[in-house]
Design a protein around this ligand. Structure first.
Ligand code: FMN
Length: 370
């Protein structure tokens, strides 16, 4: 059993309102995640677990994220596996393609009071409120541990002003243990309360300014899905100088207690993640890849509801080069490793030798509705 996840609770807090045993148990429609009944039988009759394909040709699972080469496409999603080694007792992090830290802010934050997690149908709603140890403690206590992870590390950075982001990124960029800086732009700006990620002009300015101080690390911009047309902030981030896009952050949501008539979260609203958002993530990755990122040659790290290798294949076909796993880790810390094994078997079974040959290979139907 997992103990309560460090990201969920402030020190001393017990109980998050999310039962691990039932979390993510829901299945989409009549699909079983293990057997993949929804798969087109003409195209694939395989269960990656059962296939055990012996392939004479090793499969090249490597990914090139704008010059940052990962051994394979699996990653952790920010905020779901700590800062460095906290998750190491639960899974072999050295087999990942990359590790992403929780959001780091300039000063330490306690985050929101509990309840800050509530379970939903096929997912969870969280309002952690960027609880984190702050930049200086991260550098002093966590950075020295990063090499032990054995994989490239991406540090997620959050802030409430452009100066916040600049201060954190300028300090982290020279640190060689850090391969990439991922901007969490789903934070309200103190000036007007609007999120950077939902205002393309503001986002463009933020990315341009941060780009000036990020000279060594790869600059990754994590898109918010809470917009009408996600291609606008995607384009704004690319124009501002982003090397890589990651998508998606959580969807804004609310759960109401019907007995008290109050929201379940102390923060009232929160961000929805988990299997419920997978089809939304697939759709948005497809939009950004086909309309913006492919032409600009900017790779996408896809995430949102990924639980097994089939989910990862969907995001890859839609245009994601790498796949991050977040909420699924709470129920299954080995999910990324199982996904990696499943992806290798899937590619082998189809006679493919390179992961990257799958990326963006979605074949749309050409017949529309009448
Ligand atoms: C408990 C929790 C904490 C999160 N904290 C952060 C965070 O600190 N920074 C961030 O950019 N995203 C954060 N996220 C969003 C995830 O990184 C990811 O974008 C989102 O949950 C969708 O992926 P998933 O459905 O696989 O979880 C958090 C998500 C969860 C569930």
């Amino acid at each position: 059993m997992l103990s309560p996840h460090p990201a969920l609770s402030p020190p001393g807090e017990r109980g998050n309102g999310a039962g691990r045993a039932s979390l993510l148990d829901n299945r989409v429609g009549n699909r079983d995640a293990r057997t993949g009944d929804h798969y087109n039988p003409k195209r694939s009759q395989c269960s990656a677990r059962a296939m055990n394909v012996s392939n004479p040709n090793p499969i090249d699972m490597s990914v090139d994220l704008a010059g940052l080469v990962l051994a394979n496409p699996t990653m952790t999603a920010s905020g779901t596996s700590g800062y460095s080694l906290e998750y190491a007792p639960y899974t072999d992090l050295s087999r990942l393609g990359a590790f992403t830290t929780k959001s780091i802010t300039l000063t330490p934050r306690k985050g929101n009071p509990p309840e800050r997690i509530v379970e939903t149908s096929s997912g969870m709603l969280n309002a952690i409120g960027l609880a984190n140890i702050g930049l200086e403690r991260f550098i002093a206590e966590k950075v020295p541990e990063l090499p032990q992870l054995g994989v490239p590390v991406i540090v997620n950075v959050a802030g409430h002003t452009i100066d916040d982001y600049l201060a954190v990124c300028a300090r982290l960029d020279p640190i060689r243990e850090i391969a990439g800086l991922e901007l969490n732009v789903s934070c309200p700006n103190v000036a007007d309360g609007l999120q950077f990620g939902t205002q393309p002009r503001m986002l463009n300015e933020l990315v341009q300014r941060v780009r000036e101080v990020v000279r060594r690390a790869k600059l990754i911009v994590k898109l918010s899905p809470n917009v009408t047309d996600i291609c606008e902030p995607a384009q704004a981030a690319i124009d501002g100088g982003a090397d890589v896009l990651s998508m998606i952050n959580t969807f804004s949501g609310m759960v109401i207690d019907v007995n008290t008539w109050r929201p379940m979260l102390a923060n009232n609203s929160g961000g929805l993640s988990g299997p419920a958002i997978l089809p939304l993530a697939v759709h948005l990755v497809h939009q950004v890849y086909s309309r913006v990122a492919k032409h600009a040659n900017v790779p996408i790290i896809g995430m949102g509801g990924v639980r097994d290798w089939r989910d990862a294949v969907q995001l890859a076909l839609a245009g994601a080069s790498a796949i991050a796993v977040g909420t699924a880790l709470f129920a299954n810390p080995d999910a990324p490793l199982e996904i990696l094994d499943g992806l290798k078997s899937y590619l082998a079974q189809r006679g493919m030798t390179r992961w990257m040959d799958l990326v963006g290979k979605l074949e749309l139907h050409t017949t529309g509705g009448r």
